[in-house]
Ligand binder design. Structure first.
Ligand code: ADP
Length: 503
């Protein structure tokens, strides 16, 4: 632990490109133009590594939202995007991906400054992930199609019936702060490929990369109004987007609490809804594993992105025979995960997004201790002006504790012992969530048996949080509705029309 106390957590100087992005006048991107808000309200942009305000963004008014929706509506209704040859949509999307690639380093730095995550991690995970979302979905622009299906009750040759796939329409897309650009691109890519038009709102804590993305949208050649990007608060601008009568679909990633609210609010106008919400993902370690190789893996499952991951492996279940060794092995990773300023090249874990979230995470740790949990690693916050939390393992916990039941969204794992497969399957499913789960074993039969028992949208074997744009992602139970990525991802932006013609 000594290594931790000697780390300097001073933020490093920003590059000229980052300074330029931070000094831009707060504005909204509507109809391929930067426009001023209808009012003067702005939101501060903070660097969580030092707790300082570094820029300001527009807090969009109702009028601003209406203007963006009107732009997207007009762009959808006249077919300027959906009627283009699919090849053109495909190529325009690839051009956007090319431009992102060309500016990858700048995007990684902006993400690090805005979110608090290590620049190295943003450069290795967030930015390439965002690019691959766009490239993969671009290909679907030319591959969606309907079917000709003979009716069941009518004689052959009396009718001609077929289905066509059509874009859903105007999409309101609302994304969170944990993977800002990646989440934005994961949302816009299938909608664009399908021929939809968009109003995108990044989280108020992390709008910098979405705003920089807007610069590239016009450059890539998207027609005006196809992708509008506005900034603002959730309960005002986000709420207006969700309730807007001219919006056909809402896609949201964020907390389960807000997801439930959005689902209710979207019902009056019967909007299509995709929700990717919270989790409390179990990680099961079987007795046969190589502990030395597994412990760093299960540590990474929770400490990656400072645990601010919807699929974070926040409930560890290690078999009684290996429990102590697994926890010891995880604790040995403390120097690797020691929190550092986001532009420190040595950083593997950065700061928590905000003071509010930092205090919430620390509050959970304190509640866990009060409830009788013991700290096997961390359990405190290191010094520094940023919102740092030391990676934490809590043991001696029970299923009633808030640290075991609730999503903490920080670098905190609760570790429990188990004896047999049925018992651990029951414990793993003892949650309102169902987003992800990890199983660590060399035994193929055990892997498959347990994978079948666990109720979650994704199950990882001997790895965690591996996400790929070709593979569907989403939640069981209160972790969401619908799937993103893969073919399911594009289907979520298409309506099916059945045509029946009497001959
Ligand atoms: P977190 O708890 O991770 O901060 P939230 O679910 O509060 O996540 O926010 C995720 C996104 O949802 C953000 O872009 C936020 O602005 C937006 N949001 C928050 N509240 C609402 C709301 N009532 N209606 C629409 N969007 C909202």
């Amino acid at each position: 632990m000594n290594e931790m106390t000697t780390i300097s957590r001073e933020q490093r100087p920003y590059s000229e490109a980052a300074k330029k992005a931070l000094s831009r006048k707060p504005a909204l991107f509507i109809n391929n133009e930067w426009v001023a808000s209808s009012h003067d309200a702005t939101i501060p942009v903070e660097d969580p590594s030092c707790g300082k305000e570094v820029s300001r963004i527009v807090d969009a008014s109702d009028k601003d939202v209406d203007r963006a929706v009107a732009a997207a509506r007009a762009a959808f209704d006249d077919g300027r995007w959906s009627n283009l040859p699919p090849m053109v949509r495909d190529r325009t999307m690839h051009r956007l991906a090319d431009l992102l690639e060309a500016h990858a380093d700048e995007f990684a730095e902006l993400e690090a400054i805005d979110n608090g995550k290590p620049k190295g991690m943003a450069g290795a995970v967030d930015i390439p992930g965002a690019i691959s979302q766009i490239r993969f979905m671009a290909g679907w622009a030319s591959k969606v199609g309907g079917e000709t299906t003979a009716p069941y009750t009518m004689p052959a040759g009396t009718v001609f019936s077929y289905t066509v796939k059509e874009p859903v329409g105007v999409c309101a897309q609302i994304v969170p702060w944990n993977f800002p650009l990646l989440m934005a691109c994961l949302k816009i890519a299938p909608a664009l490929a399908a021929g939809c038009t968009i109003v995108l709102k990044p989280a108020e804590q992390t709008s910098l990369t979405a705003l920089r993305l807007a610069d590239l949208v016009a450059e890539a050649g998207f027609p005006a109004g196809v992708l509008n990007i506005i900034t603002g608060n959730g309960h005002t601008a986000g709420d207006r987007m969700v309730k807007h009568p001219d919006v056909d679909k809402v896609a949201f990633t964020g907390s389960t609490e807000i997801g439930k609210l959005i689902n209710k609010n979207a019902t009056d106008t019967m909007k299509r809804v995709t929700l990717e919400l919270g989790g409390k993902s179990p990680v099961v370690v079987m007795p046969d594993v190589d502990v030395a190789a597994t412990a760093p893996g299960v540590a990474g499952a929770i400490f990656f992105n400072a645990g601010q991951v919807c699929v974070a492996g926040s409930r560890l279940y290690a078999h009684r025979s290996v429990f102590d060794k697994v926890v010891e092995g995880m604790a040995e990773t403390a120097p690797f995960w020691a929190p550092r300023a986001s532009l420190d090249p040595e950083a593997h874990m950065g700061a928590i997004i905000s003071k509010e979230q930092h205090d919430k995470v620390m509050g959970y740790i304190e509640a866990g201790k009060r409830d009788g949990a013991s700290v096997a690693m961390g359990g405190d916050a290191p010094s520094g002006n940023g919102y740092f939390v030391n990676p934490t393992i809590l043991v001696d916990v029970n299923p009633q504790m808030s640290v075991v039941r609730e999503e903490i969204f920080g670098p905190v794992v609760v570790a429990q012992r188990f004896d047999d497969l049925d018992e651990v399957a029951k414990s793993a499913n003892d949650t309102a969530f169902g987003l992800g789960a990890g199983i660590w074993t060399k035994d193929v039969a055990t892997m498959h048996k347990l994978a079948a028992k666990i109720k979650s949208g994704t199950v990882w074997g001997n790895c965690h949080a591996m996400i790929d744009t070709a593979l569907p992602f989403g939640g069981y139970k209160e972790s969401g509705i619908g799937r993103e990525q893969g073919k399911a991802g594009i289907d979520a932006y298409l309506e099916t029309k059945t045509v029946i013609i009497q001959l």
